[in-house]
Ligand binder design. Sequence first.
Ligand code: DQA
Length: 151
Amino acid sequence: MHKAMIMAKRVLVLNGPNLNLLGTREPGTYGSETLKDIENLCKKTADDLGLALDFRQSNYEGELVTWIQDARNTADAILINPAAYSHTSVAIHDALRAVALPVAEVHLSNIHQREAFRHHSYVSSVAFGVICGFGALGYKLALEALAQKLN
Ligand code: DQA
């Protein structure tokens, strides 16, 4: 008798512009953890949840759009912190809508407590959930939500 192979669900974690500067970038707003620290937290969380993780960052809108398109064949869900593109990018909204995978949107800071231009995100309407204001913990919580959604 064959033992059924259980494939780990794959989550693509995307980080938008300037998040490569975490740790030194406005620590009062974004915390002192680096993007590497957040990646390590995500890897540990993914391991605990039995998820396969692909963690990336780009300062380029088009590169993020291409990665989202590629996810059609390579991922089961997307966790995205679109950073400033949250507030400007119809292209990222359209790409996420096109791939039709479950999307969790994360922001380190509470965008609703900040400048008015951060209060609207083009990604939120294509996400099944949004987490903001809990710092790096938001990534862990979003992975837990995605794991539950995928099961
Ligand atoms: C951010 C919030 C955005 O408004 C900002 O442009 C960022 C980071 C956050 O994680 O809090 O770059 O997405």
